[in-house]
Design a protein around this ligand. Sequence first.
Ligand code: B1M
Length: 224
Amino acid sequence: MPDETFCAMRQSIIDGAPDTASDLAQQAVAEGIEPLDAITNGFVPGMHAVGEQFGQGKMFLPDMMASAEAMRAAMAVLDPEMKKLGTERPMAGVVVLGTTKGDIHEIGKILVGTLLSAHGFRVHDLGVDVAGEKFAVKARELNADIVGVSALLTTTMRNQRGVVEALVKAGLRPQVKVMVGGAPVTRQWAEEIGADGYAKDAMSAVALARSLMEQKHQSVAEPA
Ligand code: B1M
């Protein structure tokens, strides 16, 4: 894809222009561009630029909200294209996904869910601002293999620990793997809260989910 198109995608997010973002996404689909390529190299860099400008006080909350709207408009076109791939694959595992309590950031979590779906995982997305107990209830109901918890704020990442604790309390921890992610989250944090893994981006989340499924299958084949 030409660099100008990536630049235009990035700018549509910075401008908070949903119609332009949607048109560019449709253009990418029509031209046979990989949807993931358009997201990671076109639209997401726009979100990062917005985050930087907001952090420096050069952009304000309404601007950031408009940018998020534009990102959602692009994803509304590209998500179904990516998910189509998943229907052609064998079921890889059941994932319950959500953004942790107190946190309403959803774009990265949606991207993680889309890529997991595209790789054959059956994903149940609980949405945003989700309490630990809710993750546990849904994991039990769906007999989930993995619970995935996103957090974008340094103040809400501590609630990821609450999800691990809720699963322990529900007696589900032996059979449910926990993966965590989000901009402030690190591998060290994942270890500290007793999660099974951390992924820095959506593609790594797919690799991690696959490896957690392998661990699950091994522990069933070789009981301790
Ligand atoms: Co907010 N926000 N925001 N925001 N926002 C950040 C996170 C911030 C870094 C901006 C900044 O100051 N530079 C800052 C956090 C600072 C901190 O905690 N240290 C911040 C702040 C302060 C706030 C508010 C407090 C602002 C206010 O009200 N004064 C407020 C909080 C609201 C709340 O949650 N309670 C707020 C609100 C919002 C909006 C509603 C306006 C909007 C969200 C809209 C929405 O999601 N529907 C928003 C946005 C858009 C952002 C930034 C600009 C972009 C986030 C994003 O979508 N990135 C963000 C700045 C930034 O991150 N650079 C910022 C694109 C997305 C693809 O990346 O989400 O990182 P990301 O996801 C990646 C990886 O992290 C990873 O994979 C994804 C794909 O590669 N990943 C996982 C994510 N989850 C994963 C889960 C996994 C594995 C990997 O396993 C389960």
